[in-house]
Design a protein around this ligand. Structure first.
Ligand code: PRP
Length: 209
């Protein structure tokens, strides 16, 4: 008998898009958007979904609580989980950038004060360009930091550019392009390779990933 595939989906818009891709591929689950329940399964489709906080998806997958999951490349680079990266899903596209108030100039006599949620990505980026920084770790609303003089620049994600524009910030450097990735637990992938490969094949047919 085929095993159920346990899937960690990021709560929110990206997770809903991903679920729809899975549903089109024949892995639908009734009532998945109803109420506050976090676990849904369809025995017929052989799949069980968990809605989890986006930055927690790699933890569930790395530790095998989920066989596969979907996480942004930003989260994978920041936390470097020990998982397989199976596919670029081609959705959730955005950019990791350095942004600052208009008119900002970098004074290399002082460490650059960088506010970000992505401490490792920011540190790696500035190490690669040889710039000393003072990291200020925040958990959200990063754009406010340079406005209040807490930081000189921010390292953050930009999708439409609206948040930067409405807070009078502009992009100074592009660090990298980001998109959503399908990841798998290493031993889970080996143990359920038949089921997971069948899912990948169907996703490939319906979503052209
Ligand atoms: C993300 C990101 C930016 C915003 C970019 O924040 O950190 O603030 O989206 O999107 P835009 O270019 O389309 O305006 P998120 O909504 O995740 O909230 P956060 O403040 O908690 O980081």
């Amino acid at each position: 008998m085929a095993s159920m595939i346990n899937v960690a989906l990021p709560k929110g818009r990206l997770g809903e898009k991903v679920y729809k891709m899975f549903e089109e591929a024949g892995y639908g689950c009734p009532d998945i958007f109803e109420g506050r329940k976090l676990v849904f399964e369809s025995r017929d489709a052989g799949v069980r979904y968990f809605w989890v906080k986006p930055s927690d998806v790699p933890i569930y997958v790395e530790r095998g609580a989920a066989d596969i999951g979907v996480a942004g490349k930003d989260i994978l680079l920041e936390y470097a989980p020990n998982v397989y990266e199976l596919r670029d899903l081609g959705i959730g596209k955005c950019r990791m950038v350095v942004a600052a108030p208009k008119g900002f100039t970098d004074d290399s006599e002082y460490p650059l004060r960088v506010a970000t949620k992505f401490v490792n990505i920011a540190q790696d980026y500035y190490a690669s360009v040889g710039r000393d920084i003072d990291i200020i770790k925040l958990n959200g609303s990063i754009e406010i930091a340079p406005i209040l003089g807490l930081s000189d620049v921010i390292v953050d994600l930009v999708e439409t550019g609206t948040t930067l524009r409405e807070n009078n910030l502009i992009v100074y450097e592009n660090i990298m392009d980001i998109s959503a990735r399908l990841i798998a637990n290493k031993s889970g992938y080996n143990f359920k390779s038949r089921e997971i490969n069948a899912l990948l094949e169907k996703l490939q047919q319906t979503a052209q990933i």
